[in-house]
Design a protein around this ligand. Structure first.
Ligand SMILES: [Mg+2]
Length: 379
């Protein structure tokens, strides 16, 4: 008879909650771009396209002139009053990344309250998305309110919420017959709690250790039919082994990643290993690739469009990262605008190495204010 791990624990019964209604959403939808409103023609390069065959001459006449002239300059335009009015005329909704667009760390970026108010006055729907899964929507709401921004929880879409929404969309049982094992922090736990989905792991396994010995075998709960992997500052070998066992040995166990960001910004002094490192650990040992629900996957976008009853062709994605925000928008067929108030520098955007080209770019979101004031009659 095999020994068992000293860390074996008895899980308390999970509470039951009303069955969640399924959203009409799809995960892993194919990349389908629809023509954006009032913008450039769709023949230009998009994420993943090789633009190296574009005529160099096009760059010289591009609106985003730079000392670093590249094909990228031919496929993005620097925001001006005309393009801002076109954008505002065509977009009914704006999806904003938060860090680098709305705030940097704990400081609001210049002009954000006025711009958000201006967009509201112009009748725009606003949605704030973040790949950071460490907080729930309620957790983020506190941050918005602490910064003096009047936002409702329904306008916030975090990857922690996306993971719970994904399981709801798949009709994950809430009667206790199936459970979710979590690698991640409190944000995912809170969203699963709100969704009534039985779950364990996360912070409660922060100090779990294994003790190896002859014939030791780690037990795992065979009722776990989904593993969610989000950013977890207390990830350890126990969690990795537990998640791996569930994915490898439980029939049809889902493997869900909140996101696969390579880096995150725990401090502003350097880049830190992001959730890509945690997902990579589990993908490596489970020999499976996950379903990603955060950016740049289209799951979030499909769910947002469904929940808010917005046609994707009328949405503009605003972000500061090319490989998540702008690719996310392009994957879903949205208009895209890059702001340079976060991690991306203009030289990077316009460099020959960059293959991801937003429709528009500008220094900060508040650059929309003059056009907004004109539209709202307050110029
Ligand atoms: Mg950002």
């Amino acid at each position: 008879m095999s020994a068992t791990m000293k860390t074996m624990r008895v899980r308390s019964p999970q509470r039951q909650a009303p069955k969640a209604s399924a959203a009409r959403v799809q995960a892993g939808k194919a990349n389908t771009r629809t023509p954006p409103f009032g913008g450039r023609a769709q023949g230009g390069p998009s994420a993943g396209n090789n633009s190296s065959s574009s005529p160099r001459g096009a760059a010289a006449s591009a609106p985003c002139a730079s000392s670093v002239v590249s094909e990228a300059a031919a496929s993005c335009a620097k925001l001006d009053q005309g393009s801002a009015k076109d954008l505002l005329g065509g977009a009914k909704a704006f999806i904003f990344d938060c860090d680098g667009v709305i705030w940097r760390g704990d400081k609001l970026i210049e002009g954000i309250p006025e711009t958000i108010q201006g967009l509201r006055d112009a009748g725009k729907k606003l949605i704030f998305v973040t790949n950071n899964s460490t907080k729930s929507r309620e957790g983020y709401l506190k941050k918005f309110l602490s910064l003096g921004l009047e936002i409702s929880a329904e306008e916030i879409y975090s990857s922690s919420y996306a993971a719970a929404a994904y399981l709801k969309a798949k009709n994950f049982p809430t009667d206790g017959s199936k459970k979710v094992y979590v690698i991640g922090e409190v944000g995912i736990m809170e969203e699963l709690e709100l969704a009534g989905i039985p779950h364990f792991g996360g912070p409660e396994d922060a100090s779990a250790k294994i003790t190896l010995g002859k014939g030791v075998k780690m037990p795992h709960d065979e009722d776990v039919s989904a593993v969610i992997v989000g950013f977890d500052r207390e990830i350890n070998y126990y969690k990795i082994q537990y998640a791996t066992l569930c994915i490898r040995e439980n029939e049809n166990c889902e493997f869900i990643a909140t996101n696969r960001d390579a880096v995150t910004h725990l401090t502003d002094a350097q880049e830190w290993a992001g959730n890509g490192s945690m997902v990579g650990a589990i993908a490596g040992s489970a020999a499976r690739e996950p379903t990603t629900v955060g950016k740049p996957s289209t799951f979030m976008l499909d769910d947002i469009a469904d929940q808010f009853k917005i046609d994707k062709s009328e949405i503009c994605m605003v972000g500061d990262r090319l490989d998540t925000d702008i690719m996310f928008g392009q994957n879903g067929g949205l208009k895209t605008m890059l702001v340079l108030s976060g991690v991306t520098r203009e030289e990077t955007l316009l460099s020959e190495e960059n293959q991801i080209h937003p429709d528009l770019y500008t220094s900060k979101l508040a650059d929309l204010l003059p056009a907004l004031n004109e539209i709202n009659g307050s110029a």
